[in-house]
Structures are given as structure tokens and as C-alpha cells.
Design a protein around this ligand. Structure first.
Ligand code: G4P
Length: 543
């Protein structure tokens, strides 16, 4: 039983995600943060996930080892009096939608840059999502053990391309073979770096930090003086860290290191513990129960993390983690309250109640039953399709959080099952995958086709693989006549008028919302011009 108050429990949570361009070192860094936090004992535990990038076959292999990839979608550990929840974001760009949703559950992001490459295209995209959602960012410049760009050039790039004020917390002394260590701004503390001896399997660990003035033994000629000079220049030339400005999204503290050599990682974890915000106050609406007639208008309210009622939302659903059981686990991010195992929670939009008897906490190497949880925590709720991405859950069932969008897919294909007797199974399987958010499913109003939408080609391959493995269905994807999908909205009469004229191109998504399937982007433009009162949108808010 916790002796802390609700506010204190919420206040010691740090729920964060790592964003990075593929190959910048996100997996390696995840592992080394877990090492620093004492959550795992040896490097290699998360390694299997390292292949979770680039090639499709690697990705498939990982998907098949779902036990690993799943326990990794959030990793919880306690360190130095704080509870850390590290949310995993898929790295491949085809999964940006999933990433986007995961970031809705994060209070802070660690942006990893490769010191030789700086900001890369995917870094930029992910950064924009964070900015949109006001998520403060801590920058970690990785791979200092390799030849890096000039540190000032890297900071300039952050300032000019992201319009963020970089506040260097440390400053590196060279890189690659000449990497000597790094000095802390303001204190002048020097953290020496020790290179791994050639041929040795073990990293030697790095010496204790000491005042830079006393650290001459770690440098070669002229380098010590050069670093002292650089320290003065940097301290004078860059703003010092201002937490408020960081929380408001104007400033990013910049830390440096090498994930692979476990250098700079303790410092990064300390920074997350000290500066990353605790769970934030969230905007929500109090709605009338779904069965109410003449319901009063919803009331806007803010949910305080320390308030009593358990509230939160589902940002991800993962099915079939364990191939032996058809299970389905909803990842529930708590926004407030004190959750106890066995508690009853209600789904806001359906009014359905569920007893959460087997909530799961995901520790680095284990899943455990969660006895209690607080704002900021993510618990896995096993269920049989009751919970969807975007659902809000609370004790009263009246609280609704907004803002989990679906994006219009960029590729639309028709899917068919090879064995026609299995068509019914196909519908169920496609519904399941669509509910998980793997792909989107559109049922045309006319005909019996299934149109599947995805942001990238890889999603189709993953989908085919999962349909085969998990549902025993061999499927074929075929070209569809459609190029774009748009959700439609507007006054009932206008929408109906449009739908009657374009019946042959109308479909419904899994929530039964009407969707227009356009044959080309030209056609989208054309109908938008012809039906100015109808809104054709590229995103749809779920929940
Ligand atoms: P990702 O999840 O962001 O895609 O990156 P990941 O951690 O898998 O790292 C990508 C590659 O970069 C890996 O090398 C990894 O070992 C290397 N790496 C990560 N951090 C550092 C670092 O601080 N210094 C150096 N020198 N390399 C680093 P790989 O050869 O592609 O894979 P592997 O064979 O090592 O698994």
C-alpha cells in the first residue's frame, strides 16, 4: 500500500518516448536507459528488437517474436524514487500513425540525433508531431564515439530547423578516436570517457567525474586548455537551461553521449527524472451517459492527475501477443486517480462496463499483474474487442478525452481470401486488425469488397503475414480503383445529397462513418469544389 498521496504518486511519474530517425540509435539507447535505471542487468536484453528496422524480413521476424516486441511497447521501471514509463514508438516511417498515437500518451520526448548526421527527415516529422501536441523535448546527441559534426553546427541546426533554443547541458571534448569526455556547463564537472580496448568484449566503464581543472591527465597536448576555453565560450554564447521555457516547448536541453558505449546515459536519465514533466493536466469533456435522452450539452473540464476518479484513454490495442491465446490488450494511459486491480471502469462512448481483473504492467523483462497504478502509468487491459484505440475509460464513464486522429490512408487495396469459404473469417480478421489500428478497413456501400487502407506498403506485408499466422487466412491484395479516402461531414441534407450522387464510391469505416473513395486526387478536388458545403477531411478523430 502506497504511503504517498495521489499528487505525490502522480508527481513522481515520468512517461516519455524516444523519437529518432531509423538507425540513430533508439533501440540501443532504450536498452542503455534500462541498464542505467537498473531495469535490466546486461546489454543484449532488448537487442532482439534492434533488428526492428529497415528490412521487411527483419521486421517480420520480430513480429513473430511478439512476446518481446509487445512487452517493449511500454517499459516501466523505478529508479531514484521515480517511476519511469518508457513508451516505444515504431521506427519505420510506415508506422507514423501508430507513432503519433503513442506520442499522445507521452509527457516528454527524447529526440535522438546521430552526431554525424544531425537532423534527418524522420526526426523532423516526429518533432512536428511533438510540437503539435506541446510535448517538451530533451535532445540526446548520440554516437560521439564516432567522428561527429562540429557541436556548434549541430546546435545551430536545432535552432534553425526546429526553431528551438538549444541549451547545452554538457559539452563534448572531441569525438571518435579523440573523444576525451564531456564537461558540464555551469559546474565545470568533467566526465572522462574511456575507449573500449581493441579486442575486448567488455566495456571498461568510465572513470568518476572530477573538476575540469583537475582533469589534465585525460587530455593530450593543448586539448585541456581548448576545452576550458570552449566551456567559457559556450557558457557565454548559449542561454542557460530554463525549465519553464523547456516545458513550454521553446527550449531543449542538449545532452551528449554514446548509447553503445554507455556514455552519457546516467546523465540523460537524471535529466529526465529532474526535468521531464510529471503527468499533465488534461483537457476533457464530461458527457451525458450514452442512453440519456435530451442529454445536456457536454461540459468542458480539466482532469487533474491527482484527482480521485480513475480516468484515461486507450492509445493502442495489441492483439494476439500470445499466439496460443486469442488475446487483445488495450494500452490504457491513466490521466488521473488511483487504480486498483479488480476495479470497474466504463467506456465513455458505449457505456459498457468492464471489471479490470488482470491489468498488466510491463516491466523490462517481465509482465506483471498491476495491483495499483496512478496518473502517467500505462496498464495493459486484456479484453475481447470491447476496447478500441481512442476510447476513454473512467469510473463514472462520463469523461471523454479527445484528439486521437485517424489519418486518410495513402494506399487503398482490395483484399480477397484465397479460399472463398473463409470470407466470413476474413471480415472478422480485418475488423480485428483495423481495431488495432494496423490498417484501416472500408466496406463499400455497394458490393462485397473489402478495401484496406494503409499509409505505407510495408503495412500490407505485415498484414498479410499476420492474417496467415494468426488467423490461418491466405490473402491476396489487388489493385483497387481508388486513390484517396476522405471522411465526409456536414449538414445531414448536404451529406445525403452528396452520398446519393456518389453511392458507388461511398464506403463505411469500422465505426460506420461515411467515407468517400476517390479515384484520383483530381477527383477529390473536383467534388470538393462541386459540394462546398460538404467537408472532406483527411483525418478523423476517434473516440
Ligand atoms: P534505431 O533503433 O534507432 O534504428 O538504432 P539502433 O539502436 O538499432 O542502432 C543502429 C546502429 O547504430 C546499430 O549498429 C547500433 O549498434 C549503432 N549504434 C547505436 N548507438 C551507437 C553509438 O553510440 N555509437 C556507435 N558507434 N554505434 C551506435 P548496426 O551495426 O546497424 O547494428 P548492430 O549489428 O550493432 O546491431
Amino acid at each position: 500500500m502506497s504511503k504517498l498521496t495521489l499528487e505525490q504518486e502522480a508527481g513522481r511519474r515520468r512517461t516519455f518516448a524516444i523519437i529518432a530517425h531509423p538507425d540513430a540509435g533508439k533501440t540501443t539507447l532504450t536498452e542503455h536507459i534500462l541498464l542505467s535505471g537498473g531495469a535490466i542487468r546486461a546489454a543484449g536484453a532488448v537487442r532482439a528488437r534492434g533488428e526492428n528496422r529497415r528490412t521487411q524480413s527483419d521486421w517480420m521476424k520480430i513480429e513473430k517474436e511478439r512476446g518481446i516486441s509487445v512487452s517493449a511497447s511500454v517499459m516501466t521501471f523505478e529508479h531514484d524514487g521515480k517511476m519511469f514509463n518508457l513508451l516505444d514508438t515504431p521506427g519505420h516511417e510506415d508506422f507514423s500513425e501508430d507513432t503519433y498515437r503513442t506520442l499522445t500518451a507521452a509527457d516528454c520526448a527524447i529526440m535522438v540525433l546521430d552526431a554525424a548526421k544531425g537532423i534527418e527527415p524522420q526526426t523532423l516529422k516526429l518533432f512536428e508531431v511533438c510540437r503539435l501536441r506541446d510535448i517538451p523535448i530533451i535532445t540526446f546527441i548520440n554516437k560521439l564515439d564516432r567522428e561527429a559534426q562540429d557541436p556548434m553546427a549541430l546546435l545551430d541546426e536545432i535552432a534553425s530547423r526546429l526553431q528551438l533554443d538549444p541549451a547545452p547541458i554538457w559539452w563534448p571534448a572531441e569525438s571518435g578516436n579523440r573523444l576525451r569526455g564531456m564537461v558540464e556547463m555551469g559546474t565545470g564537472k568533467f566526465q572522462p570517457y574511456t575507449k573500449k580496448p581493441a579486442g575486448s568484449a567488455e566495456d571498461p566503464g568510465h572513470p568518476e567525474a572530477l573538476p575540469l581543472a583537475d582533469a589534465a591527465q585525460y587530455f593530450e597536448q593543448g586539448e585541456h586548455e581548448a576545452l576550458m576555453e570552449a566551456q567559457e565560450l559556450v557558457e557565454a554564447g548559449y542561454p542557460s537551461f530554463d525549465r519553464q521555457s523547456f516545458l513550454e516547448g521553446h527550449m531543449t536541453p542538449v545532452l551528449w553521449g554514446s548509447a553503445l558505449r554507455h556514455f552519457g546515459i546516467d546523465e540523460l536519465l537524471a535529466a529526465i527524472g529532474e526535468w521531464a514533466p510529471p503527468p499533465k493536466v488534461m483537457n476533457a469533456r464530461k458527457e451525458a451517459p450514452p442512453e440519456t435522452r435530451n442529454a445536456p450539452a457536454p461540459v468542458e473540464l480539466t482532469v487533474q492527475p491527482g484527482s480521485n476518479e480513475v480516468t484515461g484513454f486507450v492509445f493502442k490495442v495489441q492483439a494476439n501477443m500470445d499466439p496460443n491465446h486469442r488475446d487483445r490488450i488495450a494500452m490504457f494511459r491513466m490521466a488521473s486517480g488511483s487504480f486498483k486491480r479488480g476495479m470497474k471502469l466504463k467506456v465513455q462512448n458505449t457505456g459498457k462496463q468492464l471489471s479490470v481483473n488482470a491489468p498488466i504492467m510491463f516491466f523490462a523483462s517481465d509482465r506483471e499483474l498491476a495491483d495499483d497504478a496512478f496518473a502517467g502509468d500505462v496498464i495493459g487491459i486484456p479484453n475481447h474487442g470491447v476496447l478500441r484505440v481512442g476510447d476513454s475509460l473512467s469510473e463514472s464513464g462520463l469523461i471523454r478525452f479527445a484528439g486521437l486522429p485517424n489519418f486518410a490512408p495513402e494506399i487503398l487495396q482490395r483484399v480477397r481470401v484465397k479460399d472463398p469459404l473463409k470470407a466470413k473469417h476474413l471480415k472478422k480478421a480485418l475488423d480485428g486488425l483495423a481495431e488495432e489500428g494496423v490498417t484501416q478497413l472500408f466496406r463499400p456501400e455497394i458490393g462485397a469488397d473489402f478495401i484496406v487502407g494503409a499509409v505505407g506498403q510495408l503495412q500490407f506485408e505485415v498484414m498479410a503475414d499476420r492474417l496467415g499466422e494468426e488467423y490461418g487466412l491466405e490473402v491476396i491484395f489487388e489493385h483497387s480503383p481508388y486513390a484517396e479516402a476522405r471522411w465526409i461531414d456536414g449538414d445531414k441534407a448536404d451529406v445525403e445529397d452528396f452520398m446519393s450522387k456518389y453511392r458507388g464510391q461511398m464506403a463505411r469505416d469500422i465505426d460506420q462513418a461515411p467515407v468517400f473513395l476517390a479515384k484520383s486526387s483530381w477527383e477529390t478536388g473536383y467534388v470538393m469544389e462541386r459540394f462546398p458545403k460538404v467537408a472532406f477531411t483527411k483525418t478523423k478523430e476517434r473516440g
